[in-house]
Structure formats: C-alpha cells, structure tokens
Design a protein around this ligand. Structure first.
Ligand code: GDP
Length: 421
C-alpha cells in the first residue's frame, strides 16, 4: 500500500443524480468489486440464460447487499488508479456525511460532483458545493451524469456545464479548478474509456481526471494534536487514552498536555494495532500510556499536545459559518451543540458580526439581526463548557466544526481566531 499516495475523495451531488452508481462503476472498472460478488453475478446471469455480463447486475447486487446491511456500503469503499489509492468518504445522503466531513473523521482532499444531465443543478447540488468550498476542498471533478437519458446531446451537456459554472461562480470557486466530463455511470461512458457516444467531447475520462488530481499536502510541521476518543484503565499498565493523531507525532518520553482538562505527564509507551511502536504520526490510531495521569483526569473531547505548545482552550472564538438548513432564523443568543473533533459542547452564538456575500467573499452587511439557510456569516461564539479548538489557518484539522440541533446538521464552519482563557 505504501507505493502510491492516498486521497480521500468525497462524492457529492443531489439525491438520485447517480453518486452510488458512479462509485459502483469506479469500483467495478478498477477491479475493486469483491470477486465473490462478480462470481455470483456471473453465475446468475448464466443461469438465466443472459449473454454477457452486465454492470447492472453488479449494481443490483451492491444495492441488495447494502439493503441487507451486510458487506457493501458506498462509504469507505476503496479503489486504486495508476496514481493513487482512493478512499470514498461518506457520501452525502448516506449517514451523517456533513457532520463526519467537518469533524475530521473523514476529511476529503478532493471531490467529484455528480449532476444529472436531465435534471441540472438542484438544491443539494448547491448545498454540497457550498460546503465543499467552506471546507477548502481543492479541486472538483464535475461529472455530468445520465447522458444516456438525454441522447448524448452536446447542447444539453453544455447547458448543464453552464449551470454548474454559474453555481461555482456564486461561491467563488474557480472554474479553472474544475474539470467537466459528460458521463453515464450506468452505461460506463467516459468513466474508464473514451465513449463513442460523445464524439464531440475530447477531454479526460473520470479515471484520467482522478489520476491528474494534485497530490494532497501531508499535514507535517504542525505540533502534535491528538483528540481523545476514549479513556481506558488497563490492569498492569494504567490509564490508556486512545484517539487518532491529527497532526504532529507522539513518542515515548514526550511531555504532553491534555486540554481543556489541563492534565499533563510523560508518555511512557505508544501502541498501534496492539503492538508497541516507537512513534506515531498523522492518521495513526493509537493508545498510549502517560505517567501520572488517572482515568478521571482526562476525558473524551480533550486534545493531547506537547506540554510546551499545548492545545488552545477558547474563552470565545470567531468563526465563519455557512447555514445549510434551519427552519427559521438564527439570532444572537442561539445555543446549539457544536461538534468539533471528538468534542460536543453547547455554544452560544454571542454575536453575528457580519454577513458575507458568497459570490465575492466580501462583507454584505455589518451586524445583521439574523441569518438563515444559505447565508454565510462571521460569528463570535462562546462555549458553555471549556472547548479546545484551533484557528483553521494554523491547524485546519482542529479548526472546523458542525453545528447540530434538532437531530440535524444545520451549519458548518471554520475557526478564524481563538480568544484563549
Ligand atoms: P444517488 O442518490 O446520487 O446515489 O443516486 P443513485 O446512484 O442511487 O442513482 C439513482 C437512480 O439513477 C438509480 O435508479 C440509478 O440506476 C439511476 N442512474 C444512475 N446513473 C445513471 C445513468 O448514468 N444513466 C441512467 N439512465 N440512470 C442512472
């Protein structure tokens, strides 16, 4: 696995525009559909006297297995191309995509936007592009899907492309950082091979575009930040916090600090996959043991960092937020739950400082009375309990959050500055 760089890829777009089908097609074309699924389908196709072996059978089977909740799920599927190993991060609509994407569990480097040629830009297309922009996704591959349903008409393709370009312009996404491809995920046009059905198109296939994505920047010189997921007591060893290293490295002998609990000590040992390792870095899931720390001294939601450069604890912080869905309006005083890394803390939106025009990124209104769905704004936030969080410009991995209320994600944001206790 070490010979190719890794990419986390989000597949975004309106419901039913073909995200799952495209992912299934990519898995199939790259030889990553499990052999037993293909074998079973081959046998069934033969038993039914159907010649050949169609992709539709594979997709039906993937869908069926998904319904049964057994083995296959689109989220966290993996496939590789000549250049990269790809992990599909939670696909919107499936599970808690938005929240997961923001809280770091599955940060995407790049995204494929799926837009059905027969349906064009729809509300979720807009919402997901907005979000991709807020979260700093570098590059978009725009698949204009279901070209078979519009008879592979060039004019319809261009109409859809223009609609998407309009949307990208609205959120200030450079259309130069987006590639457009006419595809049929179902029929396989322009996915792995140039399609004869679109002689008027001479650009890249989806696989070529994936190969041409820029290599993600590894998070390197930031200090250690390790959000704590759980804390265990193991007899003979003592207190063992576990979590994923987001930035920096951790190794035996390090002096570390846990914030906001404000506990500190010396790392005795670091374990990964039940084995002791000399050190661990970004992306590694670790358990470790710290001299002098009891089980009740630290908790889930703490962040571990170097004692000489400890994680910040916010008295207040300023953030840019995008409101995705809220039944009414948001005003100062509103106190929903913020989800940031492994922490969940009620926070009060103390003031709405300015409303941002998404098309220019400039201030549209100073101190508006309220914001609502679709608005972007700068707000000042006061956590109701101590919360460790970092400016997104310094440590992006610890600088974004989701705002949840009434069982749904209502907004997403990134931290501009932290006013420390
Ligand atoms: P998702 O909700 O975006 O994941 O969409 P799905 O992948 O579940 O697709 C929704 C429906 O559109 C399904 O019935 C698919 O079979 C169909 N579909 C997806 N891609 C294509 C395509 O390229 N052509 C046609 N004709 N149908 C498609």
């Amino acid at each position: 696995m070490a010979d190719k760089p890794h990419q986390n890829l989000a597949v975004i777009g309106h419901v039913d525009h073909g995200k799952s089908t495209l992912v299934g097609r990519l898995l199939y074309e790259t030889g990553n559909v499990p052999e037993h699924v293909i074998e079973q389908q081959r046998e069934e196709a033969e038993a039914q006297g159907k010649g050949g072996f169609e992709f539709a059978y594979v997709m039906d089977n993937l869908a069926e297995e998904r319904e049964r909740g057994v083995t296959i799920d689109i989220a966290h599927q993996e496939f590789d191309t000549d250049e990269y190993y790809f992990t599909i991060v939670d696909t919107p609509g499936h599970r808690d995509f938005v929240k997961n994407m923001i809280t770091g569990a599955s940060q995407a480097d790049n995204a494929v936007l799926v837009v059905a040629a027969d349906d064009g830009v729809q509300p979720q297309t807009q919402e997901h592009v907005f979000l991709a922009r807020t979260l700093g996704i570098d590059q978009l591959i725009v698949a204009i899907n279901k070209m078979d349903l519009v008879d592979y008409e060039e004019s319809r393709y261009h109409e859809a492309v223009e609609e998407v370009k309009g949307l990208l312009g609205q959120v200030n996404f450079s259309t130069e950082d987006a590639g457009f491809i006419p595809v049929s995920a179902f029929e396989g046009d322009n996915i792995a091979e140039d399609s004869e059905n679109t002689p008027w198109y001479d650009g890249e296939t989806v696989l070529e575009a994936l190969n041409d994505l820029p290599e993600p920047q590894p998070p390197t010189d930031a200090p250690l930040r390790l959000p704590i997921q759980d804390v265990y007591t193991i007899s003979g060893i003592g207190t063992v916090p576990v979590g994923r290293v987001e930035t920096g490295t951790i190794e035996g002998g390090d002096n570390v600090s846990f914030q906001p609990s404000d506990a500190s000590g010396e790392v005795k040992s670091v374990e990964m996959h039940h084995e002791e390792v000399p050190s661990a870095g970004p992306g590694d899931n670790v358990g470790f043991n710290v001299r002098g720390i009891g089980k009740d001294d630290i908790r889930r939601g703490d962040v571990c960092g170097p004692a000489e450069d400890p994680p910040k604890v916010a008295e207040t912080f300023q953030a840019q937020v995008v409101v995705m869905q809220h039944p009414s309006v948001i005003t100062a005083g509103y106190t929903p739950v913020f989800h940031a890394h492994t922490a969940q803390v009620a926070c009060t939106i103390e003031s709405i400082d300015s409303k941002i025009d998404p098309s220019s990124g400039e201030v549209a209104e100073e101190e508006p009375d309220f914001i609502q769905s679709g608005d972007a704004a700068v707000v000042t936030v006061r956590p109701q309990k101590p919360l460790s969080i970092e400016p997104s410009s310094e440590i992006p991995e610890l600088g974004s959050f989701a705002i949840r209320d009434m069982g749904q994600t209502i907004a997403a944001g990134k931290v501009l500055s932290v006013n420390q206790k």
